[in-house]
Design a protein around this ligand. Sequence first.
Ligand code: MSP
Length: 631
Amino acid sequence: MADRTFYLTTPIYYVNARPHLGHAYATIAADAMCRYRRLGGDRVYFLTGTDEHGDKIAQAAAKAGVTPQAYADEISAAFRESWRQLGITNDDFLRTTEVRHKQVVQAILQKLYDAGEIYFGEYGGWYCYGCERFYTEKEIVDGKCPDHQTALTFIKEKNYFFKMSKYQEWLVRHLETNPGFIQPERYRNEVLGFLREPLQDLSISRPTSRLKWGIPLPFDNQYVTYVWFDALINYVSALGYPDGALYTELWPHAEHLIGKDILKPHGVYWPTMLHAAGIPLYQRLNVHGYWSLGGGKMSKSVGNVVEAFQLTDKYGHDAFRYFLLREMNFGLDASFSEEALVGRLNADLANDLGNLASRATTLLSRFGAIKEAGGQPTPEDQQIRVLAAETRSAVDHEMADFAFQKALAGIWEFIGAVNRYVDAAAPWELAKDPAKRPRLERVLCTLADALQFLGIILDPFVPEAAAKIRGALGFTKQPRLEDAVVGRLTSVPAVEKMAALFPRIEAKVSEEGKSTAPAASASPVKIPMDDFMKVELRVAEVVAAERMPKSKKLLKLTVKVGDETRTVVAGIAEQYEPEPLVGRKVVIVANLQPATLMGVESNGMVLAASHEGTLSLLTLDKDVPPGSKVT
Ligand code: MSP
């Protein structure tokens, strides 16, 4: 049986930089995973925090002219605040400058020292301040740090060393007998690759003559703890190691989520440290790839990772979160661009999911509550049930490996199938024939059921949208995966029509490459014929027209469409006087969701061509009655 307790950690972030895309990805991915496990009823504990000691932070603080503590306080608070705004559901936030952490670091150091695992010696080597570690000759590329491409510093000094080398064979054996210990497999292979070279002992101290900003060694106050030795211990200090109840409960279920650049400390230093200290190993290390800023024209507007993160405010948390989880194949690198984000927002969220939610709730709200659905399920209904069950198990399977992108692709296949189901069942046609009422009820029930399924299973990935979907269906219970089943509903409550879940972004790229959304330019997204067929264009006759009070641009038109009379607000007042329009026939989009413009509900949209500021209403070259379809 699967492990029902789950303790997941993110890396703790250095406080020398403000929160950016890379940090946001790790935190969002961990959050989606924790939300998913909670949805499945598991006991979940989610830890994140900040890594506040070391040269890097001391240097950044000195540059800013403040104390390291003041510097750390400010940036750590910025991380905390970013996660709060993103709705991250962490249970704890650990700072390495907290007493609870420092005590545990010192206790573990003392334990290792007493056990003879730490010795005093001298070491000279090439050091990267960015990575806070020494590089071996083999790892150095063109005399530079392979990660930062910056010059390395040769440091020779007396330090304390952890006898890491003696655990080399043991660690290789552990990786061989536990193939799932590091995933995806490429990273397990990478660690096995490191271990083909002789493993060095690890320098775990820095002399206070060079660096004061650290945790003093309990056995020599002329030294502070090396930052990685300090930082890794956060994963157990946060649980109150060695006696805390949380430690006892959670540590046997620990999994870490990290980026590939910090594989060696997590895949080599940490397991050997744990083993030497007599602490059981974590269960699994999950490693993601790197985001680069690339691609499309609009991406010029995203000059760096901090700006990329700020797009979350521009496009919304759900859209940002969805993009990160959907776009990156877990374990591989991915490319971030504003254009790609907008593409997914329009295609997957506004079109596929948003349209389904608005069509479904419009239909459901029109027909009111269904007490006991009449018709029997047909093979089409049955297919949606089966697909829902298959989707749930596929999502479960993919989430077991942090394969967010595959889980989401599976859910989107289901959304596509439900959209096709509605098209084929055509409930609006069924509604015209009272004899087809039982079938109509069954279709609406399947639709409500499918939407509820999505309102539950999407919760970890787009929490705000999922909550709105559940809200529209009157689903007020705590969402649980076990309720994500299609086929149980026999009645449907009164459903509220939903406003657009995700607004479409019509973006224009200006000369400087900056995006200036929204604009009237044509969207580059190509739509399938099916989508176009959803748009109902009809001839409408203007029976009354007046200016909207306090608006220069808007006219309020009363139009006849067949037997129906409706109000349409049109943005043509700057070029058309109201009176001459009366009696004219125009073309409208007849099946748009109503929109309220300056207090008037508009039911449709008048079509007009536009060229360099000139508007030209679409008219007909032969007379046909109002209500005629435009195809
Ligand atoms: N403080 C250490 C971690 C200590 S954990 C005991 C650290 N901090 S960091 O702030 O530099 O990076 C934290 C995480 O952000 C890492 O997992 C890193 O992979 C991730 N990212 C930073 N930039 C990134 C991208 N551009 N793309 C994806 N993730 C990246 O390392």
